[in-house]
Design a protein. Structure first.
Lengths: 238, 354
């Protein structure tokens, strides 16, 4: 059974048809990248999956269950988790407290302390733990939010541009993080503009353009696809 | 011993300023002074102090809802009024025998809380937030004030309690504790002082525990970023509603104690001015910290009263100026700013010594 299945998803914002009959299937254990020009509707698709927006028509199936009508927090309880495009950390709280809030529903007392420690190490944020999250660099905020998202031990992790604002080295480290999580059994769907990252992690790539699935395949197939190159070039000229 | 240590640990955390032996020693000294104070003062002055203490509860209610929860509510005075009138109606009808005034106190607070459940459910489950929450709560408060103000006629009564329009309700019995022999009547002096002080300490400590618990974590998380909080799996509407109801109960407690203290309650306790004043105390003190809120409220109230001697219009202007100064100098609150500064000083001092 596939882990996530989007069936004919449609979403309008007024006259704007932001997702147009999107079909997408994710198998358990894969790392899938979603690419596409700015405004293609990628983040909107995430918000539909998470229940922040509701589709005009179409269905969302998670592990075989139709979750289209569920509230966001209920979808999270089913095993979804997200890192937003604009890092959504709790800016006024310490790094440590950010992780505590994410972890506290699954751990208590000494177990909680140990989990926070493990996560800080995984993220490379040990020396920042007492800092206010709002004072972190953009890349560190991204990591912190990834840490909060994986605290929930999700079955499907949604990452919206996880490497935005990162140096090539940091991007590579993020790629390794994602691969380690995937090796532990987490399925990942990542929106990403950085092709180095996509090459590093993705097994399958979906190109979204004007709210529609434009192409799908392995990274090699996508890179070799001239029509895909054309939409990016078209945008560069626009 | 370990029980005591773990109790103190639950009182401390990132959500409250003040921790460690130094803070709690100071706390003990202040508490001892507060306990001894009536011995060195007269009944009238002690009664006046009770009046200050009464307002701290509504300030704390705003601290919880606004400072910690991030929802600016103008509705606290509505709950204050509802509970105050509730106490009046209950005791004027049923009297003060058999400890009924204490039942009425609890019932009046419960009525305010129930009202908050209804209003809060409509707001939070209707996803009303930010400015709109302020507008809705203010509208409810002013509507209640208007409504109570036009109840002058004899047709407006609940049982034998006349509502009396703008003149308000009066002559309700003071709190009375049943006692073998003779019941203890808590008039607005030493007796009421100890009760209110006890409640204040209890509420303060309970709120410290609550705010440093995992519940408190979620509350501040919602303030910082509601979307993120929801995407960690929290049903934020429930948490907001519970916080709102706790706040309403505290404001209601303020209202009952105020009514008990002065033995009257009027619609003007729900007026625009009445709704604005607690906002100023809390903002000036430091809305995101319980201790700063308590200190700020008491200091501003004392200053306000001292200035009223020269004319209440000056006192109101002073409050306005104070608010502007706070926003400009220490947006998180003047008392909180000072407390944080003292905290940093103490750390530096202990580091040097160690
Ligand atoms: N809440 C909204 N109301 C109206 N229009 C919206 C809303 N959210 C997104 N849009 C529009 O929908 C389109 C798709 O937006 P979306 O954020 O999904 O794009 P994206 O593919 O994530 O782009 P980017 O790569 O820039 O993040 C854009 O034209 C955007 O302006
Ligand atoms: Mg986007």
């Amino acid at each position: 059974m596939s882990l996530l299945e989007l069936r004919e998803l449609n979403k309008h914002f007024g006259g704007l048809h932001v997702t147009n009959g999107v079909n997408l299937t994710l198998e358990p254990g894969e790392i899938h990248c979603l690419i596409g020009p700015n405004g293609a509707g990628k983040s909107t698709l995430f918000r539909l999956i998470l229940g922040e927006h509701h589709p005009g028509s179409g269905d969302i199936l998670f592990a075989g269950e139709n979750i289209t009508a569920l509230k966001s927090f209920a979808r999270i309880h089913r095993g979804l988790s997200v890192k937003f495009q604009v890092p959504g950390v709790f800016k006024g709280l310490s790094v440590r407290q950010n992780l505590e809030i994410a972890l506290q529903s699954r751990h208590r007392g000494a177990g909680l302390e140990a989990e926070i420690g493990r996560l800080l190490t995984f993220l490379g944020l040990e020396s920042e733990q007492t800092q206010t999250a709002g004072n972190l660099s953009h890349g560190q905020k991204q990591w912190l939010e990834i840490g909060m998202a994986i605290s929930l031990k999700p079955r499907l992790l949604l990452l919206d541009e996880p490497t935005a604002g990162m140096s090539p080295e940091e991007t590579h480290m993020t790629g390794e993080m994602v691969q380690r999580l995937n090796a532990d059994g987490m399925t990942v769907l990542a929106i990403e503009h950085d092709m180095a990252f996509v090459r590093q992690v993705a097994r399958r790539v979906t190109v979204l353009h004007l709210g529609q699935v434009f192409a799908q395949g392995s990274i090699e197939e996508i890179v070799a696809n001239e029509r895909v190159a054309a939409i990016y070039l078209g945008q560069a000229h626009a | 011993m370990t029980g005591l240590v773990s109790f103190f640990r639950r009182l401390e955390g990132p959500q409250t300023v003040g921790r460690g032996p130094a803070f709690w020693s100071l706390f003990a000294v202040v508490l001892a002074a507060a306990l001894a104070y009536p011995l060195f003062s007269d009944g009238y002055t002690v009664g006046n102090t009770v009046y200050f203490f009464v307002w701290v509860f509504i300030a704390l209610s705003l601290c919880v809802i606004w400072g910690y929860g991030g929802s600016l509510s103008f509705g606290q005075t509505a709950f204050f009024g509802i509970a105050g009138y509730g106490y009046g109606v209950l005791t004027l009808n049923f009297g003060s025998a058999y400890g009924f005034t204490l039942v009425a106190l609890v019932a009046a607070v419960a009525i305010a809380a129930l009202f908050a459940v209804l209003l809060g459910y409509f707001m939070f489950f209707g996803r009303i937030a930010g400015v709109f929450l302020g507008i809705v709560t203010l509208a409810v408060t002013l509507m209640l004030e208007r409504f109570m103000a036009q109840t002058a006629g004899p047709e407006w009564h609940i049982g034998s309690a006349r509502l009396n329009g703008f003149n308000g309700m009066s002559a309700m019995p003071p709190l009375t504790i049943p006692w073998p022999g003779e019941p203890i009547v808590l008039f607005a002096d030493v007796g009421l002082y100890y009760l209110v002080l006890g409640l204040l300490v209890l509420v303060y400590l309970a709120l410290r525990i609550l705010m440093n618990s995992s519940f408190g974590n979620v509350i501040v998380a919602i303030r910082e970023n509601p979307e993120r909080a929801e995407m960690l799996g929290y049903d934020i509407r429930k948490y907001q509603l519970i916080t709102f109801v706790i706040g309403a109960a505290l404001a209601g407690l303020s209202g009952v104690l105020y009514t008990v203290w002065g033995q009257y309650i009027t619609p003007s306790s729900m007026s625009m001015t009445a709704a604005a004043l607690p906002l100023i105390w809390v903002a000036v003190g430091g809305r995101s910290d319980l201790t700063s809120t308590v200190i700020g409220t008491l200091v501003v109230l004392a200053a306000f009263q001292a200035l009223t001697i020269y004319g209440s219009q000056y006192a109101l202007v002073f409050m306005g100026v104070l608010l502007v100064l706070t926003v400009l100098i220490a947006p998180n609150g003047l008392v909180l700013g000072v407390m944080n500064w003292l905290g940093r000083l103490a750390t530096r001092f202990t580091q040097k010594a160690g």
